[in-house]
Design a protein around this ligand. Structure first.
Ligand code: NAD
Ligand code: MG
Length: 400
């Protein structure tokens, strides 16, 4: 049955030009009878945002960087596209919380996503959460906002989406009888790399994920398994469990996206091809289902599926996350901030891959363990930790 245009859901995509954003547009484009775009946003990529505006004609396009917004406006004027252009961070929050919006896809990368994502949680939108960093930074405040506003929060991170589906698709009382959550991770492109040679890994090698095509920051996080560590913290908040309730398992093929083990010994898993359009379509249509454009699994052609324990000597970033997951909020904020700075320096070829955990550890050592109950205190701790990481890197760099 086709839905009338009045009943179409109005969507804002925060981070429309990124990997998750583009996949979201792909799914939305398959269902014009169900969804229309209210706003799309990006940091500076005005050319891609212009193409997206011409194709999808959202009401608003937001570019954070002002000069780029001007370029976008000129391009849209020439193309006769009626999308209105806004700029600045405040407008990210505005389009994420506006009363005309039904659904928000939070797909900005890093801590920059925190404020707009939180503003949409406070406004009671159906919130599709890809930006795990916002939950890592502000877990308690964020979940409180979700509860107070009656926000429907749907995890888009493929593992959390799999856990959600394995918990009876988010049905009430879903946590009953759970023994543990099995959070799977591929181990990234460096799973079989010699540990001694990790210092020589280049950004392109670290970003060459065997199964997923993602943005560069999360790709480096996958290579270091920082991504799995952030996902551990994310899962604790999303499903109200403790780190001890979650076992991390390496599954190189990325076919099983995570599992839930119940006290009767049943294990429920969600499987599928590694393609973000599956969790995105699940979130968009929940509690129903829509086609995502992804083929079903060909079980007879799959080959082996392996599961292994994690070797923490290979993945020191994951060990740091396991520690931080048991600590107050300030530690998670510092870890996330130091990681963002370290990853950017690695991508810019200023530090070796193996310096990432060293930088994070140093910043954590200088962080006092405390809770953070306000957005102001969270942002202040984030900035402080980023400054410390930059100072530490400067002090370590050889004088040329
Ligand atoms: P990406 O780097 O491909 O895209 C990031 C998007 O955020 C872009 O649209 C960019 O313009 C925008 N952006 C960057 N900096 C910004 C800033 N300072 N202010 C406003 N906007 C800014 O990232 P991605 O791989 O799509 O990941 C997005 C988020 O989703 C991350 O939090 C990531 O951990 C999570 N995630 C991604 C995948 C994946 O398959 N890519 C899977 C699971 C979770
Ligand atoms: Mg994931």
């Amino acid at each position: 049955m086709r839905m009338s245009s009045e009943s179409r859901q109005r969507i804002t995509i925060l981070g429309a030009t990124g990997s998750v954003g583009v996949n979201t547009l792909d799914v939305i484009g398959r269902h014009p009878d169900r969804y229309e775009l209210y706003a799309i946003t990006a940091n500076s990529n005005w050319e891609m945002l212009a193409d997206q505006c011409c194709t999808f004609e959202p009401e608003f396009a937001v570019l954070v960087v002002e000069d780029c917004a001007q370029q976008l406006e000129n391009r849209l004027l020439k193309a006769g596209c009626r999308t209105r252009v806004l700029t600045g961070k405040d407008n990210l929050c505005r389009v994420a919380s506006h009363e005309d919006v039904d659904v928000v896809m939070a797909a900005i990368v890093g801590g920059a996503g925190l404020e707009p994502t939180l503003s949409s949680a406070k406004a009671g939108k159906k919130l599709l959460l890809a930006n795990k960093e916002s939950l890592v930074m502000s877990g308690s405040l964020f979940m409180q906002a979700v509860e107070q506003a009656g926000t429907k929060l749907l995890p888009i991170d493929s593992e959390h989406n799999a856990i959600y589906q394995s918990l009876a698709n988010g049905a009430p009382g879903h946590a009953g009888g759970v023994r543990k959550i099995l959070l799977t991770g591929s181990g990234g492109p460096l799973l079989r790399h010699s540990i001694e040679a990790l210092a020589e890994v280049t950004p392109d090698e670290a970003c060459a994920h065997p199964n997923w095509k993602m943005g560069r920051k999360i790709s480096v996080d996958s290579a270091s398994m920082m991504n799995k560590g952030l996902e551990l913290i994310e899962a604790c908040w999303l499903f109200a469990v403790e780190p001890k309730d979650i076992e991390i398992v390496i599954h190189p093929q990325s076919i099983v996206h995570s599992m839930v083990e119940y006290i009767d010994g049943s294990v429920v898993a969600q499987l599928g091809n590694p393609d973000m359009r599956i969790p995105i379509a699940h979130g968009l249509a929940w509690p129903g289902r829509i086609s995502s454009g992804v083929k079903g699994l060909d079980f007879t052609g799959l080959g082996d599926m392996n599961f292994e324990a994690v070797d923490l000597t290979r993945y020191p970033c994951l060990a740091l996350c396991q520690e931080v997951a048991r600590q107050p909020q300030s530690c998670a904020i510092a870890l996330n901030a130091a990681n963002e700075v370290a990853v950017q320096h690695f991508l810019d070829e200023l530090i070796p891959f193996t310096d990432i955990p060293i930088i994070i550890e140093d910043v954590l050592e200088q962080t006092s363990c405390e809770e953070a109950h306000t957005i102001e205190s969270i942002l202040a701790l984030d900035e402080e930790a980023k400054n410390r990481a930059v100072e530490f890197i400067r002090a370590r760099r050889p004088v040329s």
